[in-house]
Design a protein around this ligand. Sequence first.
Ligand code: GLU
Length: 388
Amino acid sequence: MKLANRVNRVTPSMTLAISAKAKAMKTEGLDVCSFSAGEPDFDTPDHIKAAAKQALDEGKTRYGPAAGEPALRQAIAEKLQAENGLCYGADNVIVTNGGKHSLYGLMMALIEPGDEVIIPAPYWVSYPEMVQLADGTPVIVPTTKETGYKITPEQLRQAITPKTKLFVLNSPSNPTGMIYSPEEIRALAEVVVEADIWVVSDEIYEKILYDGSTHLSIGAVSPEAYDRTLVSNGFAKAYSMTGWRVGYLAGPIPVIKALTTIQSHATSNVCTFAQYGAIAALRGPQDCVETMRLAFAERRQVIIDRIKAIPGLTCGEPQGAFYLYVDISQLGMPSLDFCNRLLDEKYVATVPGISFGTEGTARISYATGMETILKGMDRLEAFVKAYS
Ligand code: GLU
């Protein structure tokens, strides 16, 4: 059987593959400490679940508009205005099957063969693959520890060619947890406007910030930046709704309409009653978000202190998300070997840096309980000692 060429250009998602392996090992009865997928370990808050249950009872079980329930699109538009300073109405929003699918839909709507998409590395595993699936060309711009794994305006400027269509910005970042300061966002916006390219801002971790850091959406920088910005976000991380698959893309109406056309053929609407849970997430009390953030903050400190105390490993102090990007280069082991051996020998699951486009690193997600963190760090320490 000859499969389509595009399938040969991409590999399966490593984050999903490793977390599935860790879950399968747990099911076999093995005592696995999983730091793999970025999946909050909290249950979805009760008022959100109650709203979805109520929607089910009220018969919200039928097809809905492909772009999403009007009430959810409206709630998202109001959130973007109030929290992010982005002047959108409901028509500027499409509800998608998770944040991931908003980005996939965008690539389908925007990217043509030959179009270049600038992606700073380390990047979330799915960005380049989505570009490839859309027959575009990912242009990977390596960043370094010294710049906090952030692309500089000069690097962005240099990467732009007449074929550049889109720049992918992700702050707070998966996998590094670094955030771009408002000044850095403004400087990148200037380059985007100057070059007249699109920017998609993946803001899925915007609410998970530490030490008083702030998040600025690039679309809020200036009217010119706003015109060129698409915002991707979702409910999975802030409201612990990973399995609900509700996300969204916001931006200029022609782009949203194009995505809606594609979605109307690809998936139709996102699960109707799940969308009612998402409305409750936005309209309901927000203290659940803060409670989870505080738990992440506590875990973050513990994990940073433990990693820094292990000779052979180093890490920065990321200001957002729930990831730590650990430098394992002193061990002289390819990141894939490191992660495989750590999982096979110590039952500790992490994600190799190579899947995020950098070697000599591994990603640790601390969206997991403190008990797992303490046990996992003991095992990691013993592992590193044995190989040093
Ligand atoms: N985004 C999360 C992660 O990076 C969940 C898995 C995925 O979709 O990649 O771990």
